[in-house]
Design a protein around this ligand. Structure first.
Ligand code: SAM
Ligand code: SF4
Length: 580
């Protein structure tokens, strides 16, 4: 099949958003078209997340809705991609025969072939459907999962890493780069680039090492080349992605070519505790080297940032490169997970709360320069209600949040995940009510700090990358337009200084509330004929401001403009565009 309407919905993290973008590019090149309306699709794909049960439940309910639809649209092909496919395996198909295609995150390069087979298989099964069955009983059963035999667990030299080819074949054009599907009119000027895949950490609560496999590092030339191609297509902001992104390292002496393509390398174990990459030298591209290379070789990228950093082994060499290269953002996302040493040990995180804060102090000493308008902004992740967590352990977490002074924090209630060490060895013994109240307490503590950090920005004039309409403006337009009319300007980042980029219509940002409280853009003093825009500072602080009357709001998307911060309301920072 070379055509058909595809609807793709993405759940979970930025890595999934990037996977969806790569998959869309690949399918588009084969003639598929995309729709933002699931009801108009011939193929419905869910790119799933298994990190918390809540994210999986959403997918189960979407699949339930599709069961009825298959009765009226028997040829509809349904695919589950990503971590849930990998984790549940063929059990998912048994429980939900509505699913025709399952494709794990390590096998996405095979998706076009799977879809093609699924369309044909469905058609022939339906042609021979026994009378006592209906279309919902028939699954085309096309499956590509890594299972326990990860192709990356053998030496990478043994076979070409075809997943690397998916990243290498990324289709990049001014329209395809994050263009607003459905309108095709606006190319976003921000993009993700993967530098590592998988994870070797095995935190006891986490499914990622099982669903995404062993950690591998992409060749630096591939990464730099991808950044150059994105820059040529108009991208000015890049976020490098990896689960433990600061562990990136590529040893050139050990590089292997297969079919003319340099292969990614397996991650090596860190000795731990060092402040500089011990392998630094000409024969190795360290994470610090990679940042400097992209900065120097792709000057059109005005903002370069990276997520997610692992707090242990974060070298001074990386911090110094950020300090010395002006287009590297002063923003670090460094999850702590808990402030209690006992819980950190049970989580297998490999550091103590004191070691974590020592790192933050070191990062601030090297990077925080508010006097030149470059304050270091930090954000973190926390899990509350981990098995055996006492009030005392939780108090230590609150103390860490107060000490760290993040600009935002993602706070999650512990969710036991099948296959992890924690679910096997530790009873989920913190009652739901206690998890909820700790969650709320931590959200409140963080909200107070976010507001104080917002207030400290009042009177400053940071450069703001304009991402789209504010949520308030989108709501206003939604109320004014007839149903089903697509917006002509993409929505910006959802919302607040604690927010995260949402990437277009069919893509959900992280599903949990961050810092809990709803944004209060409504409070902004926008005149009726003014359009409120949303953007981010270099430190990832979300700013709302009115487009000046003499500029078309559309013309400002993807630009970096100076905005004078005038007030902080709740979690939001409001400002006025300053003269350029
Ligand atoms: N690699 C990153 C790190 O460790 O810093 C995080 C990746 S993980 C996909 C994103 C976040 O989800 C984690 O930082 C953690 O706070 C949260 N998380 C992971 N497993 C969880 C679980 N079982 N229950 C609740 N939250 C979880
Ligand atoms: Fe999961 Fe830990 Fe790896 Fe992050 S570092 S992905 S939390 S196992």
């Amino acid at each position: 099949m070379s055509s058909g309407n595809v609807y793709i919905e993405t759940f979970g993290c930025q890595m999934n958003e990037l996977d969806s973008e790569l998959v869309c590019g690949q399918l588009r090149a084969l003639g598929y078209r995309f729709t933002t309306e699931s009801s108009q699709a011939d193929v419905v794909l869910y790119n799933t997340c298994s990190v918390r049960e809540h994210a999986e439940q959403k997918v189960w309910s979407r699949l339930g809705e599709l069961r009825d639809r298959k009765l009226t649209q028997p040829g509809l092909v349904v695919g589950v991609l990503g971590c849930m496919a990998e984790r549940d395996g063929e059990d998912l198909m048994r429980r939900m025969p509505v699913v025709d295609v399952m494709c794990g995150p390590g096998e996405l390069d095979k998706l076009p072939a799977l879809l093609d087979n699924a369309v044909r298989t469905r058609a022939s099964l339906l042609a021979e459907l026994p009378e006592h069955l209906n279309a919902t009983d028939v699954s085309a059963r096309q499956v590509a999962l890594q299972g326990n035999t990860s192709r990356r667990s053998a030496t990478l030299a043994a076979a070409a890493d075809t997943l690397e080819l998916l990243d290498l074949s990324r289709s990049i054009s001014p329209i395809s780069v994050g263009a607003d599907e459905g309108t095709g009119e606006f190319a976003r000027r921000t993009a993700y680039v993967r530098i590592t895949r998988g994870c070797n950490k095995f935190c006891t609560y986490c499914v990622v090492p099982f669903t995404r496999g062993a950690e591998i590092h992409r060749p630096p030339d591939h990464i730099v080349d991808e950044c150059k191609r994105l820059a040529d297509a108009g991208v000015i902001e890049i976020t490098l992605l990896g689960q433990t992104v600061n562990h990136y390292r590529f040893e050139h002496g050990a590089s292997v070519m297969v079919g003319g393509v340099m292969q990614p390398q397996k991650g090596r174990t860190y000795a731990g505790g060092h402040r500089r990459d011990p392998f630094a030298g000409e024969a190795t591209t360290t994470f610090a080297d990679l940042l400097a290379r992209i900065h120097d070789e792709v000057p059109a990228i005005q903002r370069l940032r990276f997520v997610t950093s692992y707090p242990r082994d974060f070298g001074d060499d990386v911090l110094e490169v950020i300090r010395d290269h002006p287009r590297l953002c002063r923003y670090l996302h460094v999850p702590a997970q808990s402030g209690s040493d006992r819980i950190l040990k049970l989580m297998n995180r490999g550091y103590t709360a004191a070691e974590y804060t020592e790192f933050l102090d070191r990062a601030r000493a090297i990077l925080d320069q508010p006097e030149i308008g470059r304050p270091l902004m930090l954000s973190g992740d926390f899990i509350v209600g981990f098995p055996t967590e006492t009030d005392e352990d939780f108090d230590a977490t609150v103390a860490l949040v107060e000490r760290a002074r993040y600009k935002s924090a993602f706070i999650f209630k512990y969710s036991p995940r099948p296959g992890t060490v924690a679910i096997d060895k530790l009873a989920d013994d913190v009652p739901e009510g206690v998890k909820r109240s700790r969650n709320n307490r931590l959200l409140l503590a963080q909200a107070q700090i976010s507001e104080e950090i917002g207030a400290s920005l009042v009177g400053t004039t940071p450069q703001v990358f304009v991402e789209g309409l504010s949520a308030k403006e989108r709501k206003r337009r939604d109320r004014a337009k007839p149903a089903n009319t697509p917006s002509k300007i993409p929505g910006g980042v959802a919302l607040t200084i604690a927010g995260r980029a949402a990437s277009g219509p069919a893509i959900n940002a992280r599903d949990e509330a961050c810092c809990g409280t709803k944004p209060r853009e409504e409070d902004a003093q926008t005149l009726p004929d003014q359009v409120q825009l949303t953007g981010r500072t270099d430190g990832d602080v979300i700013v709302h401001f009115d487009a000046p009357p003499d500029r078309a709001p559309e013309s400002m998307l993807g630009c970096i403009v100076p905005v004078r911060i005038t007030q902080v309301r709740g979690l939001s920072v409001l400002g006025t565009m300053a003269g350029e």
